[in-house]
Design a protein around this ligand. Structure first.
Ligand code: NOJ
Ligand code: CA
Length: 677
């Protein structure tokens, strides 16, 4: 792909510091950051004059060395600016602008007998701030063990600020229902951690480029002071590394309103460019799969009468995929290991041996004839040593059969990832520990050697590494559709109005939308079903971005409603441009996206348990074109509990000057294709 550098300006100057404070602002001047060394290294941030982060500590503590904190003074600083436009091989948009001002500061001790120093690199964008620690090689600091990171995010009026958050260090990893509380009531939370100040300013704390380091969670140690809390190894050490090293970027996205957060590229801009070279083999696409049947107990992963992954069933899915234009069929439960207690015994899985009623040779040959690829599946149940031992053979087998995507799974309670250490001892680790951060990335780089993309379930959170490794195509890392089959309780109506402003700020999610039959447990049972209308299921394809999207329901349920299914067939998964056009966290959200290499636009809008009418300006459309709007929206009497299926499908001619009035039912939605005429 051609890389266009629109403009690049670099300004570089260096000066010694006499004052104790240095300041830098964002390109538009609205965000101002200052760094100070009075007592301890610290920083603070303001936005349009409002204090966003009050003076907050910086620094690290290592085992067997003095803390890099008190007594360190600001000894030098450098500034530079850069503006460039780079391209995503696939994504929400093709061209991404990186425009930032950088401040690079060094803190050091004056003690000549044991001089120590560390650097902090700050980057200010118009949509927020990133900073990371860079610790150079120095005397008596080679192999290091980090035992504390002092980074703080101190905010004003924590009792008046509202946060949307999930707990960290819990058994269910990232799969929790979001809490909406004042910031004062937050204890330990995962990132992206999104909150709104009393003024209406929206902020999200996260990290970018998490490589060979522990994930950062935040912990409110003192009221209003959110402190970095890194997930430890099983021996209590946070990070084991070697100088010189860099931490991931600590990120603070800032916007005057909720929608602004959704249009930020800050996380991607702070990641390294593509390291894989030609990635034309990474294929954004839609898929179906032998999957939902297991979640609603119609099929089993293991062998027996209800075994889902049989040769004949897979061929039937391939036929359906070919007929309706789906590129892939995911097959779960094809390899031996699922009989018995797989959940607690990941070592039972063999990633090359299929069940007797599944002929991988025959189904992949059949798929090839029909132009449909198998999508692979490796459930590890968190036994990563067993997986690592078989990984390269398992990917080679899939490559041989034309598989381009593998979904991996790490079902194990938080803190229970099993590994066998160098001494043969079983250790239990967290999904977001440094050990697992490296393990997940290892599977991605190993898969790349076989031209395979990875869709990780029970993953480490996304920190934008898809820029560097574009074959890390999607992941879970939040409550997905599966919770509507068996979750207690299932995802509440507001869930998908919070995800875009929290989990999705990190990157794509394999949510698996598109459940058409809400009454799989019988009409009487309201406890496990998607708590949405049918139109909202369609809206999810546009709202929750992923380059791979599943049509998650059983083929027979699509066959029964081909008119609504048409939207899923039409909606792309790769975009030229994306714009969030309306939204408030936990209430409603609307996105407009233009297809890659085409003129059509798509809109998805959805609401929480409240019915509401959205009036959307269509000024994102090309001014010189006319469009046929193909609208799928809630019917007049639709509401999610008793009347989820009533939907209106209508066509209208529109232009960029028009407005569209969309009545959304309780937990309803709308999905629109604007077909250029
Ligand atoms: C959990 C995953 O999220 C789900 O999609 C998968 O079917 C099961 N694990 C089994 O691997
Ligand atoms: Ca899961």
């Amino acid at each position: 792909m051609k890389k266009i550098i629109l403009s690049l300006s670099v300004l570089l100057f260096s000066h010694s510091i006499f004052a104790q404070t240095v300041e830098v602002s964002s390109p538009d001047g609205k965000i101002v950051l200052s760094v100070n060394d009075e007592g301890k290294p610290s920083y603070k941030i303001s936005f349009s004059g409002e204090s966003i982060i009050k003076p907050s500590r910086l620094g690290l503590a290592f085992k067997n060395t003095m803390p890099f904190s008190d007594g360190f003074t600001l000894s030098s600083s450098k500034e530079k600016s850069a503006k460039s436009v780079w391209q995503l091989p696939w994504g929400e948009r093709k061209n991404v602008t990186d425009h930032h001002n950088e401040l690079f500061v060094t803190f050091s001790t004056s003690d000549k007998s044991d001089a120590k120093k560390f650097n902090v690199r700050f980057r200010l964008f118009n949509d927020g701030v990133g900073f990371r620690y860079e610790v150079p090689k120095q005397k008596n600091l080679d192999q290091v063990e980090i035992i504390n990171e002092f980074t703080e995010f101190a905010i004003n009026d924590e009792k008046k600020a509202t946060a949307w958050w999930i707990p960290a260090r819990g058994w269910n990893r990232y799969e929790y229902i979001y809490n909406t509380t004042d910031v004062a009531s937050v204890d330990r939370a995962h990132t992206p951690f999104t909150f709104k100040l009393d003024s209406g300013t929206h902020i999200s704390i996260h990290e970018a480029a998490l490589v060979d380091y522990a994930a950062m969670t935040i912990n409110q140690k003192r009221p209003g002071v959110l402190k970095a809390d890194l997930t430890p190894w099983s021996d209590g050490i946070l990070v084991k590394t070697k100088t010189d090293f860099k931490s991931p970027w600590r990120t603070i996205q800032i916007s005057k309103d909720a929608v602004g957060l959704l249009n930020s590229d800050l996380i991607l801009n702070l990641n390294e460019p593509n390291k894989l070279g030609d990635v034309s083999w990474v294929e954004p696409a839609k898929y179906i799969g032998i999957w939902w049947g297991m979640h609603i107990n119609a099929n089993t992963w293991g062998s027996g009468d209800k075994h889902g992954a049989t040769t004949s069933e897979t061929m039937r899915y391939i036929d359906f995929a070919a007929e309706h234009g789906f590129a892939g069929v995911l097959v779960e439960g094809w390899n031996v290991g699922w009989d018995g207690d797989w959940f607690f015994n990941g070592d039972v899985f063999n990633f090359s041996k299929s069940y007797e009623d599944f002929d991988i040779e025959a189904v992949s040959a059949y798929g090839k004839k029909k132009g449909v690829r198998l999508i692979g599946h490796h459930e590890t149940s968190g036994n990563v040593t067993n997986y690592r031992n078989q990984m390269s053979d398992a990917y080679a087998l899939y490559e041989k059969h034309g598989v381009r995507q593998v979904k991996t799974g790490y079902v194990a309670d938080g803190g229970d990832i099993k590994r066998i250490d160098e001494n043969g001892i079983i250790r239990k680790e967290w999904h977001d520990s440094q050990f697992m951060v490296s393990e997940y990335l290892h599977s991605v780089t190993e898969a790349a050697k076989h031209k395979i993309s990875i869709n990780t379930h029970e993953p480490i959170k996304d920190t934008g590494l898809r820029r560097t490794y574009p074959n890390w195509i999607s992941r879970e890392g939040a409550r997905g559709q599966e919770f509507n089959a068996w979750g207690t309780p299932p995802n509440p109506p507001e869930h998908t109005t919070i995800l875009p402003f929290t989990r999705m700020l990190a990157g794509p999610m394999d949510f698996t939308p598109g459940i058409f039959d809400m009454s799989f447990n019988g009409l009487g049972d309201k406890s496990n079903r998607p708590q949405t209308t049918l139109a909202k299921q369609l809206a999810l394809y546009v709202v929750l971005y992923s380059p791979i999207q599943m049509a998650a329901d059983l083929p027979k349920n699509y066959q029964a409603n081909l008119a609504a299914f048409q939207f899923i067939k039409d909606v792309p998964t790769n975009w030229h441009e994306s714009k969030a056009i309306a939204g408030e966290v936990g209430e409603y959200v609307a996105f407009a996206r233009q297809e890659r290499d085409g003129d059509d636009w798509f809109v998805g809008a959805l609401t929480d348990e409240k019915a509401r009418t959205l009036t959307l300006k269509l000024d994102f459309l090309d001014k010189s074109k006319r469009y046929q709007a193909q609208i799928y929206r809630d019917g007049k009497n639709a509401e999610w509990i008793n009347n989820p299926y009533e939907m209106i499908i209508e066509n209208k001619q529109v232009t960029a000057n028009d407005e569209l009035v969309l009545p959304l039912a309780t937990s309803g939605g709308a999905a629109i294709r604007f077909k250029a005429l």
